[in-house]
Ligand binder design. Structure first.
Ligand code: KG4
Ligand code: ZN
Length: 342
């Protein structure tokens, strides 16, 4: 949940943000149970809205637009957010705007101190998606490549589970990997030389399972750390190589990285080094805004509003889109960088 303010001389500014993480609940069940997730959303959403307003020293009277995540995602959880947002907007006689979850991730680096300029290549790496996009402006997204099976975050989560680590697996695997030797195990780099910009991570999970079986029932902490480090290196190598190829094939020198896996420090190191070699620059959202958050949704809505691309609705009716390709969000066109908006 978040409150942002549009500005005439730059990208929107974050006034307040609060997050209620369900990680502890998901951890208890080893993953997301959709029905429990949406019931918990219902309990949290109104208190969180109050908290954000209080934090910003604002009231509902200062709100001009209510944004919510329209998709993609779990229908039950989406319906809670959409229902509350549209009800609030109707009660206040305000427009409501449904935002694409990945557009939120993609634009989140505009909340960083050194925001990017359009156009750029975006690497979107979350628990559900691994995509490379050509981003010409707000709403103007062309898919360059994507995973043909597991997402990068899924690869982290599934291999973490194999190693007996908790949920979410990404940060846990990264912590263990920091203690290990990334050269210890030779793991595959799927599709590294495929010549296209697609990814595949399912085979990596199988390779890790095979290595673990070879190590027997009770591998030492050292060996588990080595395997975690080798897994992380395999994922990071492929993501970095494909991102550089995307920059080269599009003739661009700006890369934006977003989504939960964008919080991975090894990935950041590798991308920064690879980009420096070709004279490119990598932009990230603030570390805390890599994983799912309300700030990126409010920001995407504010940017759409600022660019005249907000397909706002005052009818009080709404739908959610559990499946919704990012390239279908529409509204795009070559646009000036935010700093040039008047
Ligand atoms: O974007 P996100 O918060 O939620 C989705 O939209 O899916 O991404 C969550 C994913 C999970 O798979 C999680 O394990 C991964 O991001 N993740 C990480 C790290 N932090 C979160 N993966 C690797 N290293 C991290 N530090
Ligand atoms: Zn996400």
């Amino acid at each position: 949940m978040a409150l942002v303010e549009t500005r005439s001389d730059g990208p929107p500014r974050l006034l307040a943000e609060a997050l209620y993480s369900q990680a502890a609940m998901h951890a208890e069940y080893g993953g997301v149970v959709p029905e429990l997730a949406s019931r918990d959303h219902i309990r949290r959403v109104v208190p969180l809205a109050r908290q954000v307003l209080a934090q910003a020293g604002a009231t509902l009277a200062s709100v001009d637009l209510v944004a919510y995540t329209r998709g993609p995602g779990l229908a039950g959880a989406l319906l809670v957010g959409a229902g509350v947002a549209v009800a609030l907007a109707s009660a206040l006689d305000l427009p409501a705007l449904g935002v694409h979850h990945l557009e939120g991730h993609l634009l989140s680096p505009f909340l960083a101190e050194d925001p990017p300029q359009f156009p750029f290549v975006a690497l979107l790496v979350s628990g559900g998606h691994s995509q490379l996009m050509d981003v010409r402006g707000v709403g103007d997204y062309t898919l360059l490549g994507e995973t043909i099976d597991d997402a990068a975050g899924e690869a982290f989560d599934k291999t973490a589970k194999l190693l007996g680590l908790g949920y979410p697996g990404g940060p846990a695997l990264a912590r263990l990997a920091a203690l290990g030797n990334a050269q210890a195990f030779a793991l595959p780099r799927p599709l590294l030389h495929s010549g296209n910009l697609d990814f595949s991570f399912a085979g990596l999970k199988t390779a890790v399972a095979t290595q673990l079986r070879k190590l027997g029932d009770d591998p030492s902490e050292r060996l588990r750390a080595d395997l975690a480090a080798s897994t992380q290196a395999a994922i990071v190598d492929v993501l970095a190589a494909k991102s550089m190829r995307a920059l080269e094939t599009r003739g661009m020198r700006r890369l934006v990285v977003a989504g939960g896996v964008g919080a991975n420090l090894r990935l950041r190191e590798k991308l920064d080094a690879a980009a420096a070699r070709i004279g490119a620059k990598v932009h990230y959202p603030p570390l805390a805004l890599c994983t799912d958050n309300g700030a990126m949704i409010a920001l995407a809505a504010a940017l759409r509003l600022q660019y005249g691309l907000a397909d706002v609705d005052r009818s009080g009716a709404f739908d959610v889109r559990p499946r919704w390709p990012l390239a279908d969000v529409g509204g795009g066109g070559a646009v000036p960088p935010p700093t040039a908006i008047s």
